[in-house]
Design a protein around this ligand. Structure first.
Ligand SMILES: [Zn+2]
Length: 338
């Protein structure tokens, strides 16, 4: 599949101004408080947050970093990490696409991006991190553009595993009374990809959820959304000529096994929260006791500014052992560079 059709290559024709910002300014003029407006606008990135309430666990979910040498992205990641650490998180989980792109990059560029990511994380972050794989973290699957043939020792997901220090592209861990599951959404199709769990991973997840008590809340992190409304609102609205026709969700933009996974979560009874990225937009939908959140992007529109009004930012979640949680999207005051 041509990557130009995928969601995490934002459309070129975005709103010229940040609509959300002007909306908030209007709200402020209408009586909102300055403090609330400053946090929402990201105008005060040095402002420290109140710590997580007693008994809860604070998670920062940073997705779609897309670090690269261009557009000041290295400084952007450093600024995001600094602001994330002011939120006093217990853990930072990345949601995939941590590097700009090694999917179709040549070897030299891939090495440069990995070095940039790992160097910046090591230098700028002192909070424990866990990593989720995204399509852009996979080496050379686009053989035509990358010039690779698949025989390279770290080709494909091996590169991502080595970069993130993981034995494989999905894993689980327990923190703060929650069980976390980082999944691998991305499966090959031609020189591109589509989103689902392969058989081995699906069986592993089924077994994991079945052996996790129903009273233990589970947070699932995937790069591509399992369920998301943003897959319909991303890009241009369809014209009147399409009225009466089916809505189409591209196979690389939302899990093609979405309903199967949702049924699995329902029957397991312990999955409370699913976090994703990939679309670089924000939404939250709750169904059958499971909340699905698509959590924006650290890079906004690949560092070129907000995407459809969603600014550069990350999710901050306070998770309580009873499975309840609070979520907010935190911007960090990034201004796009030329
Ligand atoms: Zn992305």
């Amino acid at each position: 599949m041509d990557q130009k059709l995928t969601a995490d290559q934002p459309a070129a024709d975005q709103p010229a101004a940040d609509d959300r910002r002007s909306f908030l300014r209007t709200a402020l003029a209408a009586g909102g408080t300055l403090a609330a407006a400053r946090i929402s606008l990201g105008d005060d990135p040095a402002r420290p947050a109140a710590p997580a309430p007693a008994g809860s666990f604070r998670l920062v979910h940073m997705t779609d970093i897309h670090v690269q040498p261009e557009l000041g992205a290295e400084a952007g990641l450093a600024a995001a990490l600094a602001h994330a650490q002011l939120q006093k998180p217990d853990l930072i989980v990345t949601g995939g696409d941590s590097v700009m792109d090694v999917f179709e990059a040549k070897r030299g560029r891939a090495e440069e991006l990995r070095k940039l990511l790992l160097g910046t994380l090591k230098r700028e972050c002192s909070v424990p991190m866990q990593h989720t794989v995204g399509n852009h973290d996979i080496l050379g699957w686009n053989k035509r553009r990358s010039g690779m043939d698949g025989s390279e020792s770290d080709w494909g997901k091996k590169f991502a595993c080595e970069m993130f220090g993981n034995a494989r592209t999905w894993h689980t861990f327990d923190r703060g009374g929650w069980r976390f599951v980082c999944l691998d959404s991305v499966q090959p199709k031609g020189d591109g990809y589509v989103a689902y769990l392969d058989d081995e991973q699906y069986e592993w997840l089924k077994e994991l959820l079945a052996t996790t008590p129903r009273t233990t809340p589970v947070c699932v992190v995937s790069h591509v959304p399992i369920l998301s409304l943003t897959t319909l609102t991303y890009g241009k609205a369809r014209g009147r000529d399409k009225v009466g026709e089916d809505n189409v969700i591209v196979a690389g933009e939302m899990h093609t096994d979405a309903t199967l996974l949702h049924e699995l979560f329902k029957s397991a009874g312990n999955v409370r929260l699913c976090l994703s990225g990939h679309i670089h937009l924000l939404d939250r939908c709750a169904i059958d006791g499971v909340t699905y959140i698509c959590d924006g992007a650290v890079s906004g529109s690949w560092w070129k500014g907000p995407l459809q009004g969603v600014r550069e930012g990350f999710g901050v979640l306070d998770l309580r052992p009873d499975g309840s949680f609070d979520h907010r999207y935190e911007t960090y005051g990034w201004t796009p560079r030329k």
